[in-house]
Each structure stands twice: as structure tokens, then as C-alpha cells.
Design a protein around this ligand. Structure first.
Ligand code: NDP
Length: 447
């Protein structure tokens, strides 16, 4: 009766995984993409960001190596080489996504898909019907409106700047702001970070935020309680005026002030799909929108905007729709990392949240200089923190700032998911000498 069993709009992390899994379970699946295969993560998000983060760390590796006997000057950084190598790698990944979809038997439509009703989709001059539809269109950078806001770039453009900005202002205090401020500072730009609040990363553990703030101050100018009033362009320079009275002249202003669900021009008005007040598509626990048979997941539903979450949601949905195996999405203990300088990794609750939820908690922490930096002379600190529910001895939060925090926290997140207790961490033998062993050797609770 229908051309397809499932039509997916958006070939990002969530859409592609749902399409491939559904096809594997025997469904006839199509997917439409109007921009780039792999969505934000592959093209203007996680993947290129991590490559640029590696690039910026080499500066510190070079200077750190001197104390280990490596003499000579730090090599010069060439933005064009990084940008063009990144672009080539992303093209390779785009091709892999194409191949994966093709190999799974998913039909790909290149173009913007618009819903004509709850079963009909229009892509350019083609019209196809599908029993079920999934909206996985992700998010889009949000820039508040103010005089000169059009002069700012977002994470969509920053990777492909025609030339390296020697002076950059990053606005925001979330993941993207901290990551890019760290990247550009590491690459050698004179970097300023402007945040409207007191300390960035509002939703993270307070101590972790403070430690990261202190480290960030060493690499960039931290403008806190700071609000941009106006940007004007004179010759090739951007003049930024702040509401607080100060001003700055830079080559580039990056706005990283959040992302909005991407729901425009999808034809939602032709269906019963409704939006939440924040613009995200409203769904129930089965990812079904207010229009039966139309589903949504990933950044467009405004839950947790992380690639692995969208992928996990896609696996659950595909299983529920086509494998007749009812699954639910578990949003507990989702580990996350900010690839700032240094990295931050976290799983579970921050101290304030843990106190509110459990009342009686114990906090264990360790703040030290990494063994590597005894010879490098780099003053960078490493910080680790464990939060334990006193009544059950269960660990309810683990936080780290330091090299490879994301890698370390990923392993510990497995333990958290298994309900690890402090006694079990204590009975774990550490690997020496590592930074991670601190997580199993913290004995004295903070008083
Ligand atoms: P975030 O939501 O993390 O942070 C947005 C920041 O912008 C906040 O500090 C917020 O301030 C500030 N802000 C919001 N509106 C305004 C405004 N009108 N004027 C000034 N400042 C404003 O968004 P990001 O854009 O950094 O990232 C979007 C999402 O993408 C993240 O939440 C995350 O889920 C995902 N992501 C994940 C990464 C990872 O896993 N490593 C990397 C990058 C992105 P306030 O704190 O006061 O609200």
C-alpha cells in the first residue's frame, strides 16, 4: 500500500542508525538528506572538532617536550593544511555513510523532505508514501539578535574560515564555546571568552567548573558576566562593544549560544505533529509525536543533544517498530566530555544535585600535577572527584578534569551503570603509574 515502511528525514547520527537497523530487521526504508551525510556530528560537530582539538594540543606537546630533552623551536601552524586535511577526511566519511546506507538496502533521496500529510513526503519533484515517518533533523546554531549579530560566525562556519583568526572572541559558556576557545588558544590565536554567567558549564559539578576556569584563565582572557551589545566591521576588523562598557577588536567572533531544534520548512503544519514551547518536537516515551505513526528523535526532540544518545534512541525505535522487541531508552548515567583544555569528563550527578537527591553524601577528591608535568614544567592541574551516597555506599557521581578525561570517564561509566560502590572502587587494584588510578585510591572523604 505504501512505497516504504519507514521514511527517515535527516541522515545524521540518529536518522542513519534508525534507517540501517530498521532495514536490517526487514523494513523497506528510505532516508532523505538535504545537506550532508552524517549530519552535524560528522560534518560540523564532534568529528572535525576532535581533529581540531588534537591539532591544538600539539602546541602544548611541543613545549612540554623540552623538559624531556627535545630542543628546538615549536613548528609553525598552518591553518590551511589543517582545514583542507579535515575536509578531505570528512568527505571520506560522507562516502562511508553513503556506502553503509546503500549496503543496508536503504533508498537515499538527496533533497529537502517536506511532509504533505501523515504518510506522504515530497522531495523536490518526487512524492513518496510511507507507513511510518521519522523526523531526525537535528539542531541548528542559535544566535541572539543584536546590532551586528550577522557578523558573527557559528560552529557551522568556524571549521572552514578562509584564514586563521589571529584574534578571536568566543561567546557562550557551554560545550561548544569552551571547546573552541581552547582550540583557538592552542592554535595560537589571542582568544577571549565572553560568558553571561559567573563560571561556564552551568550544568556541571561546581568544583569541576571552578578548576576548569582556573586552567582556562592561563590560555585565554575570561570575560565573565559579560554581554555583547554590538559588533561593527571596520576594514577587516570586528569591533565588539560590551554592555559592561569595555570593547575588543578581533578578526572573528564565534557565537556558541546553544542550538535550536531544526523544524522549519518540514511541512509539520500538514500533520498533527506539535512542538514544545522550546521549539522541540513533542514525543512520548516511544518517540511517537502527537501524530500517530510519525516519530522523532535526536537533537530535534531537545532531550540530550549528544550523538551516542541519538544513536541509542534510534536502536530502541527500530527494535520497537520492526523487531517486535519492546525496548525503552535508559537516560541514566550518560557520560559526557567537553574537549576543552584540559578535557573534562563527567558521569552521574554533580555535588549539588547529589546533595539534593540523596542528602547525606561523601565527597572524595584529588587535585594534583600529572607525572608528565614534573619534567615538562607545565603547571596544568588534574582534578578528580567522586561523590558517594553514604546510605548505600553507591558512587553517584564521577568527575575529572585532565588529559584524556573523556577516555577515563568512559570506562568508569560502565562501573556506574553496574551500580559500583565506593568499597568496590577501593578493592580495585590501580594501574601504576597512571592518572586514572587515583579513582581507586582516594581514601579520605573531604571534611
Ligand atoms: P550549550 O547549551 O551547551 O551552551 C549554550 C551557552 O550559551 C550557555 O552557556 C548559555 O548561557 C549561553 N547562551 C544561551 N543563550 C544566550 C544568549 N542569548 N546570550 C548569551 N549567551 C547565551 O550549547 P552549545 O551551543 O555549546 O552546544 C549545544 C549542545 O551540543 C550541547 O548542549 C551538547 O549537548 C552538544 N554538544 C556536545 C559536545 C560534546 O559532547 N563534547 C560538543 C559540542 C556540543 P547559560 O549557561 O547562562 O544558559
Amino acid at each position: 500500500m505504501f512505497d516504504f515502511d519507514l521514511f527517515v528525514i535527516g541522515a545524521g547520527s540518529g536518522g542513519v542508525r534508525t534507517a540501517r537497523m530498521s532495514a536490517r530487521y526487514g523494513a523497506r526504508v528510505a532516508i532523505a538528506e538535504d545537506r550532508y551525510m552524517g549530519g552535524t556530528c560528522v560534518n560540523v560537530g564532534c568529528v572535525p572538532k576532535k581533529l581540531y582539538s588534537y591539532a591544538s594540543h600539539f602546541r602544548y606537546d611541543c613545549t612540554d617536550s623540552k623538559g624531556f630533552g627535545w630542543q628546538g623551536s615549536v613548528p609553525a601552524f598552518d591553518w590551511n593544511v589543517l582545514r583542507d586535511n579535515k575536509t578531505a577526511e570528512i568527505s571520506r566519511l560522507n562516502g562511508i555513510y553513503d556506502t553503509l546506507l546503500d549496503g543496508s538496502g536503504v533508498t537515499l533521496y538527496n533533497g529537502r523532505a517536506r511532509l504533505l500529510d501523515k504518510h506522504m513526503v515530497e522531495i523536490g519533484d518526487k512524492k513518496v508514501s510511507s507507513e511510518k515517518i521519522l523526523i531526525a533533523t537535528g539542531g541548528w546554531p542559535f544566535v541572539p539578535e543584536f546590532p551586528g549579530s550577522e557578523l558573527a560566525v557559528t560552529s557551522n562556519e568556524i571549521f572552514d574560515l578562509p584564514s586563521f583568526p589571529e584574534r578571536i572572541l568566543v561567546v557562550g559558556g557551554g560545550y561548544i564555546a569552551l571547546e573552541f576557545a581552547g582550540i583557538f588558544a592552542g592554535l595560537g590565536a589571542d582568544t577571549s571568552l565572553s560568558y553571561r554567567g559567573e563560571i561556564p558549564l552551568k550544568h556541571f559539578d561546581k568544583d569541576l567548573r571552578e578548576k576548569l576556569y582556573l586552567e582556562s584563565e592561563r590560555h585565554m582572557t575570561m570575560l565573565m558576566k559579560s554581554n555583547v551589545e554590538e559588533i561593527t566591521k571596520k576594514d577587516n576588523e570586528l569591533h565588539v562593544k560590551f554592555k559592561e562598557g569595555n570593547s575588543l577588536v578581533v578578526d572573528c567572533v564565534l557565537y556558541a549560544t546553544g542550538r535550536k531544534p531544526n523544524t522549519e520548512n518540514l511541512g509539520l503544519e500538514n500533520t498533527g505533529v506539535s512542538l514544545q514551547p522550546n521549539g522541540a518536537i513533542a514525543i512520548n516515551e516511544h518517540f511517537e509525536t502527537t501524530e500517530p505513526g510519525i516519530y522523532a528523535l535526536g537533537d530535534v526532540v531537545g532531550r540530550i543533544a549528544l550523538t551516542p544518545v541519538a544513536i541509542a534512541e534510534g536502536m530502541v525505535l527500530a527494535s520497537n517498530l520492526f523487531k517486535n522487541k519492546e525496548k525503552t531508552m535508559d537516560y541514566s548515567n550518560i557520560a559526557t566530555a567537553v574537549f576543552s583544555h584540559p578535557n573534562v569528563g563527567t558521569v552521574g550527578l554533580g555535588e549539588e544535585q547529589a546533595k539534593a537527591e540523596y542528602g547525606d553524601i561523601e565527597v572524595f577528591e584529588s587535585d594534583f600535577r600529572h607525572l608528565k608535568h614534573t619534567l615538562s614544567g607545565n603547571p596544568e592541574r588534574t582534578y578528580m572527584k567522586l561523590i558517594v551516597d553514604k546510605a548505600t555506599d553507591r558512587v553517584v557521581g564521577m568527575h575529572m578534569m585532565g588529559a584524556d578525561a573523556g577516555e577515563i570517564i568512559q570506562g568508569l561509566a560502565v562501573a556506574m551503570q553496574c551500580g559500583v560502590t565506593k568499597a568496590q572502587l577501593d578493592s580495585t587494584i590501580g594501574i601504576h603509574p597512571t592518572a586514572a588510578e587515583e579513582f581507586v585510591t582516594m581514601r579520605q572523604a573531604r571534611t
